[in-house]
Design a protein around this ligand. Structure first.
Ligand code: ADP
Length: 441
């Protein structure tokens, strides 16, 4: 039955019933010659009955009673029947949702990672799965405590206060077993809660350490034999062996390249082993820029137009040797990947946020866009043959990235094929120092 027809039927039944009652009582009143009195009494009765139904319905709703299922006729019966249906639907929905929530919780409980639901304001743990209870030695269900007490490392409280959803917190000792290392990740769950995922990364960190040690050891071991080969090659005079001159030249070039590779690998290992700079010293930028200009000129040998401008007039806080190596890597790349007669601009400028930027721009070959995100990976090269020709090791930009990370700075790369590239080292305001008087121009 359509909604319109059902409504019409209920009204019709009520009106017919009212008319029948009025007609019946009018007939009685007429019989006893008390027509108006009987009609008034009946009207009171009808109104009273309506009030009574209304009162009964309201009382049931106030008491949150489940209404009976009735199949009566008339407006009140229809209203009660509809309310009963609505209540039933609501209950079914709640049941379904509860089932879903239980299912999710069960699935979260079976997950191999430890998962916690944590309040954003004070770190109270609202819920934890079995793995989380085991790793953090939490109390019985419903009395889990707070994250800062379960994980007392001071880095945790600060990391949570900052709401670091992009950066996981790595290498944290597990409170129940200091040999186990944990990584923590925050996922926004609701406006008031975080989902915190804890993962046992002990094996991963050990493997990473093994890899680092292996690379550092191999590089270190290669240093001595390479120095010996290098030394012998230098002693041999080409004029004594004119027929071997070409071969000797190539051997010298290759051993030079291998030495550079070993040095770069050792530098990378050293940078990777550092979590942050041991100490920050004032880095005098004016003499550093002069050195960069001199190095670029020497490398280019007059084949490029080189310009170095210093518009910042400040110094940086950091490590002079590391920053010099990073900047000169960028300048050397600009010279090596720019054809003859191209221009290379090095600009040191203040940025709008109070920090500073050292940008190296060239009018060289440029880099296709799809390579840009991977450029700072170790040994990643856009064109292997060109990189080899120019004597690259494929580690330069990786070193630059690590040096900048240690300084809390980052590298921005933009490039257009055939037009050139821009590599910018972006420092925050905390890295800026007023320029020392002696260095000011
Ligand atoms: P490489 O020692 O091979 O130069 P880098 O890590 O310094 O290694 O650079 C990685 C790759 O990025 C290079 O092989 C080169 O393809 C590309 N590249 C770096 N700088 C530039 C630049 N200024 N112009 C064009 N390509 C560049």
């Amino acid at each position: 039955m359509t909604v319109g027809r059902a409504l019409l039927r209920a009204w019709r039944q009520s009106v017919v019933r009212l008319c029948l009652i009025l007609l019946g009582t009018a007939f009685l009143g007429f019989l006893f010659d008390r027509l108006w009195a009987v009609l008034a009494l009946t009207a009171f009765g009808v109104i009273g009955w309506h009030y009574w139904r209304l009162h009964r319905l309201l009382a049931q709703l106030y008491r949150r009673r489940h209404l009976r299922e009735i199949d009566g006729r008339g407006l009140w019966d229809d209203l009660e029947m509809l309310l009963h249906r609505r209540q039933d639907e609501g209950r079914q929905r709640v049941k379904r949702l509860l089932g879903l929530v239980r299912g999710y919780r069960h699935a979260a409980g079976l997950m191999p990672d430890a998962v916690l639901l944590v309040r954003r304001d004070d770190g109270t743990i609202d819920w934890a799965n079995r793995q989380a209870r085991r790793l953090l030695a939490l109390g019985p269900q419903g009395r889990e405590g707070r994250v800062p007490e379960a994980l007392p490392d001071p880095r945790v409280a600060q990391w949570m206060a900052e709401g670091q959803v992009d950066e996981p917190l790595l290498d944290l000792p597990c409170p129940t077993d200091p040999n186990v290392r944990l990584s923590l990740r925050l996922v926004p769950y609701s406006a008031t809660q975080w989902l915190m995922v804890l993962r046992d990364v002990t094996k991963l960190l050990r493997l990473e350490q093994l890899r680092r040690d292996f690379v550092a050891n191999v590089s270190h071991e290669l240093r001595t034999p390479l120095t010996v080969i290098h030394g012998y090659l230098d002693i041999i005079d080409d004029e004594d062996y004119p027929e071997l001159a070409r071969m000797l030249g190539e051997m010298r070039r290759q051993s030079q390249r291998m030495s550079q590779l070993v040095e770069d690998l050792l530098t990378l290992s050293r940078l990777e082993a550092q979590e942050s700079l041991d100490a920050r010293e004032p880095v005098a930028m004016a003499p550093l820029l002069v050195t960069l200009a001199r190095e670029a000129e020497a490398l280019s040998g007059g084949r490029h137009r080189i310009r170095v401008v210093d518009r910042a007039g400040i110094d940086l806080a950091g490590n002079t040797r590391e920053l010099h190596s990073a900047f000169s890597n960028l300048v050397s790349n600009a010279v090596r990947y720019t054809p003859v007669d191209g221009s290379i601009d090095v600009a040191f400028e203040r940025s709008t946020d109070g920090g500073a930027t050292l940008a190296v721009r060239d009018t060289g070959y440029g880099i296709p866009a799809q390579h840009l995100p991977r450029l700072t990976e170790r040994f990643y090269r856009v064109s292997t043959s060109r990189a080899r020709e120019t004597g690259g090791t494929g580690l330069g930009l990786s070193i630059v990235k690590h040096v900048l990370n240690l300084h809390g700075a980052h590298l921005e790369i933009s490039s257009e094929v055939g037009r050139g590239s821009r590599f910018a080292c972006v420092f925050g305001p905390e890295a800026v120092l007023p320029r020392a008087q002696a260095d000011a121009p």
